[in-house]
Ligand binder design. Sequence first.
Ligand SMILES: Nc1nc2c(c(=O)[nH]1)N[C@H]1C(S)=C(S)[C@@H](COP(=O)(O)OP(=O)(O)OC[C@H]3O[C@@H](n4cnc5c(=O)[nH]c(N)nc54)[C@H](O)[C@@H]3O)O[C@H]1N2
Ligand SMILES: Nc1nc2c(c(=O)[nH]1)N[C@H]1C(S)=C(S)[C@@H](COP(=O)(O)OP(=O)(O)OC[C@H]3O[C@@H](n4cnc5c(=O)[nH]c(N)nc54)[C@H](O)[C@@H]3O)O[C@H]1N2
Ligand SMILES: [Mo]
Length: 567
Amino acid sequence: MSFSVPELEDAEVIFDIGYNAPVSHPLVARHIVRAKKKGCKIICVDPRLTETGRIATIYLPIKGGTNMLFLNAMAHVMVTEDLVDHDFIEKHTTGFADYAKEVAQDKYAPEAVAAATHLDPDDIRRAARLFASSKHTMTLWGMGITQFSQGVECVIACSNLSLMTGNYGHYATGVGPVRGQNNVQGTCDMGVLPNQYPGYQDVMDDEIRHKFEKAWGVSLPSHVGLPLTYVPDKVLREPDPKKRIHAYYIIGEDPAQSDPDLPEIRRTLSAIDLVIVQDIFFNKTCEYADVIFPATAWGEHNAVYTSCDRRFQRVRKLIEPQPGCKTDWEILCLMATAMGYPMHYDNTEQIWDEMRSLCPKFAGASYEKMVENHGVQWPCTEDSPDDTGTQYLHKGAHFATADGKGHFYYYPWTPAKELESPEYPLSLSTVREVGHYSVRTMTGNCRLLADLADEPGYIQMNPEDCQELGIANGDLVRVVSKRGHTITRCQETDRVSKGATYMTYQWWVGACNELTSAALDPKSHTPEFKYCACRVEKIDDQKQAERDVKAQYTAIRSRMGIEVKEV
Ligand SMILES: Nc1nc2c(c(=O)[nH]1)N[C@H]1C(S)=C(S)[C@@H](COP(=O)(O)OP(=O)(O)OC[C@H]3O[C@@H](n4cnc5c(=O)[nH]c(N)nc54)[C@H](O)[C@@H]3O)O[C@H]1N2
Ligand SMILES: Nc1nc2c(c(=O)[nH]1)N[C@H]1C(S)=C(S)[C@@H](COP(=O)(O)OP(=O)(O)OC[C@H]3O[C@@H](n4cnc5c(=O)[nH]c(N)nc54)[C@H](O)[C@@H]3O)O[C@H]1N2
Ligand SMILES: [Mo]
């Protein structure tokens, strides 16, 4: 994220695309609401009418899977109506002329994309003018653009809009990929990526690799590792037994619930020789585990978490862990030692300081500074007290590229990989809901939250689709895709368009990942969770279906060792 979350309150325009803050990040949503109260204008681009859409100045109910067409149309208006910041482009960017020529093509005129995007051309023109009208336009995007086979390119297209309008490099402007989990930014910072060491240092760079080799007394591979989503391929379809994956060590992840195409994931997990799961709860993947390491949860250990705006924050232990549980870092030290690499630390600060000594971007972010300054935002390069970190990136529009400039890249639209067909006439997108968290290990057994929503979850459908299928609100329905099927409840709502359906991925019985496609973005290797084709089937015997759901839920909970006290 180039800016800091609180800066949102000083935005003049917020461009929100494929991001549902009120559900996913209620604290960010508060800043958006405060900005609106101060007069900020909001553009919201989401195929479902979200709460942000409801309070938006311009709400654009885009047809799912057409983000790039829309973004190129936004750029088209900015270029052809000459709304761009020539001075900024001249001084701080490269590649604009070529880019402008591409997006100026007639095929990107709002009138030309209207049919495919389902958007009113005038609304697109108004949105482009509003975006370009301010130097305090702040962009927020979420999974609604990234969880597509064209995710990365759409992110770049969003960045182009900011570059072309001079919305980079000063307070209350820039781009905000609002990171998902509380510490997903932290795991990336610490190098839990196949291509980077801690501090965003390239594994292919010899000098960097030698630095880590020297510090750790080991030799490190000079190639990029494997992304998570390639595991099924490397287990089920790798012909060379030497290259096949034989062991899978899973820390804080539940692929048997959260990865796409679960039928394939089950085959994968069953085929691997050794599965180790390190988790704070028994999750669905534990059913395939040969070894389970029980880890401590937040509140039971000292740690540093990074928020989406690059802020390192100290988190302190509040209670003693249950007997038998160890912190994640202690388990990793024991594993490394058992495998012949003695690894020992006395506490997390020692680990942190070693990491700082190897990562220039984080070098100045000591525990002491984090406490004194309520966290430290990276880059923080100097140990001296004067360097308290970086509130927003690219100050003065100096970019982190070799030539210090922002680069324009043009991409044509590529549609989602699986589209509606006569057999599967509806589109399915999978999203989040406010009361439950990702794989639901942490929220599924809380009675208060179960009162908000419980198994088998729901599928949001437009009233016209319900009527055509003879399905009533609350009915149990069967949802079927090319890969599998699941049972869930119909939630009739005119917040979604005809032909489009939405499920949340938190449910164990109503698991939407039985249906989703494992088509990947070739650059980020992220699955296309936001688009596949499905059909919804009416279930005639509702009473029997209710009994089946209950029985399935009881069976899953019993396998997970969850005791349910009926009240
Ligand atoms: N309560 C709760 N909060 C969470 C989570 C949770 O499980 N529960 N999970 C956390 C995690 S891991 C993450 S990554 C974040 C994610 O946070 P968000 O990015 O907000 O997550 P989603 O709900 O998956 O998707 C956002 C929006 O994209 C829209 N969308 C779908 N298709 C398209 C499309 O084609 N174009 C556009 N423009 N929009 C589209 C959806 O309708 C949805 O409103 O949330 C985090 N916060
Ligand atoms: N269909 C569909 N699928 C999706 C998505 C979608 O939008 N649609 N979104 C995707 C996204 S963005 C994400 S991030 C993933 C999330 O999916 P996951 O990462 O699989 O889910 P989480 O619930 O975040 O947590 C995973 C596990 O971490 C454990 N855990 C929590 N704290 C700790 C800890 O301190 N230590 C250890 N060792 N374990 C801990 C939890 O008990 C849980 O079992 O799902 C992805 N899957
Ligand atoms: Mo996420």
